[in-house]
Design a protein around this ligand. Structure first.
Ligand code: ATP
Ligand code: MG
Ligand code: FE
Length: 360
């Protein structure tokens, strides 16, 4: 089956064509990061309007790249939540309108399930069951994944997400949005040992995370460093590049240490031998390298999504639909009402096999 999938939960418009037996045939993506940069974060109304501007163009591009026509599409898929309501409605409305006009089913997908299953787009492909470390802009969770739709939450962040910790620290250091990739780049020339930052909950039992104290600690170090050059505010622009790089490296090392310690503890406790990393922070090179080292030492296999599919994209949404179809979890009837709604807040634990009626 050929699935045309849409992602529009936040600030990426993604459209992809995925085949249930041949994988990704094409994916087209537009990121709004540059547009939101001036505001230091995503402006919801601007995001929705930009999704409207892009989604048809990207749909045409994905179909041309896949060498297919709309008539070749067997099912539509879209992110139904969680995310920004107005932004979600653009992808949902487009998918449902196409489904109605083509007489095909539309499949609502949970955004985090898209992230979670995306490492199965890589070669080699992780088999179930596995431990998933989901590290994105809004979530940091450890899960036991026993099969498609069978997810058990083992631990999560009590405050900020790992991506948020990267973004907020980057902002303190005067870097742009999103801060993760910029902070990682600056950290490359830094000495992580120069600043001593805390690793909250590191040695506590349990698999929960906490990152908000880390951000405060970076702010304290920043203030101290600014004072040392005679400036009484936390203004990173007065600092030399090396000091900023050292702070960036120390922050990155602290975040990565916490993620590794909790992942390893989860692997030890569950006895599972596979770790899968998903979400935007999964693109971080230090995290990838350190996890690979820690897992290799334990004889555990570790899997990552292709780098370009770590952050939001349409391929992971169309692919999650393909996995659901292959697992027999989808309502593929052609007489769907195509009435739809989106769920801006939607805990993954409430995910059964979502149909449009479940979402109402
Ligand atoms: P969610 O999926 O939880 O709703 P989201 O969709 O905004 O949130 P993603 O697109 O998965 O999140 O990831 C974006 C996050 O990943 C941002 O916080 C960004 O800073 C972070 N990120 C991206 N690349 C890197 C990197 N190389 N190093 C660290 N963080 C990164
Ligand atoms: Mg984004
Ligand atoms: Fe995401």
């Amino acid at each position: 089956m050929v699935i045309l999938g849409f992602e529009s939960s936040c600030d990426e418009t993604g459209v992809a064509v995925v085949c249930t037996d041949r994988g990704v045939l094409a994916h087209a993506l537009h990121t709004q990061a540059a547009m939101h940069q001036a505001y230091g974060g995503v402006v919801p109304e601007l995001a929705s309007r930009d999704h409207i501007r892009r989604i048809v163009v990207l749909t045409r591009q994905a179909l041309v790249d896949a060498n297919l026509k709309l008539a070749d599409v067997d099912a539509l898929a879209y992110t139904a939540g969680p995310g920004l309501a107005g932004a979600l409605l653009v992808g949902a409305g487009t998918a449902q309108a196409l489904a109605w006009s083509l007489g095909k089913p539309a499949i609502p997908i949970h955004h985090l399930e898209g992230h979670l299953l995306s490492p199965r787009l890589a070669d080699p492909r992780p088999a179930f069951p596995f431990v998933a470390l989901l590290v994105s802009g809004g979530h940091t969770q450890l899960m036991r994944v026993s099969g498609v739709g069978d997810y058990k939450l083992l631990g999560e962040t009590l405050d900020d997400a790992a991506g948020e910790a990267f973004d907020k620290t980057a902002k303190l250091l005067g870097l742009g949005y999103p801060g993760g990739p910029e902070l990682a780049a600056l950290a490359q020339s830094g000495d992580a040992a120069r600043f001593d930052l805390p690793r909250p909950l590191l040695h506590r039992p349990g698999f929960d995370f906490s990152f908000s104290g880390l951000k405060t600690a970076v702010l304290n170090q920043l203030q101290k460093a600014c004072k040392a050059v005679g400036v009484d505010a936390a203004d990173a622009s007065v600092l030399d590049t090396q000091t900023r790089a050292d702070l960036a490296a120390a922050a990155q090392a602290a975040i990565v240490d916490i993620l590794i310690a909790k992942s390893v503890a989860t692997l030890d406790q569950t006895g599972l031998r596979r770790l899968v990393v998903a979400g935007g922070v999964g693109a971080n090179r230090l995290l990838r390298q350190r996890l690979l080292d820690a897992c290799t030492k334990r004889g555990v296999e570790v899997f990552f999504p292709p780098i370009e599919l770590c952050t939001d994209n349409g391929a992971m949404i169309a692919y999650a639909a393909a996995e659901r179809i292959n697992a027999g979890l989808c309502d593929l009837s052609h007489d769907q009402s195509h009435a739809f709604t989106v769920r801006p807040r939607w805990p993954l634990s409430e995910l059964g096999s979502p149909t449009a009626s479940d979402l109402g």
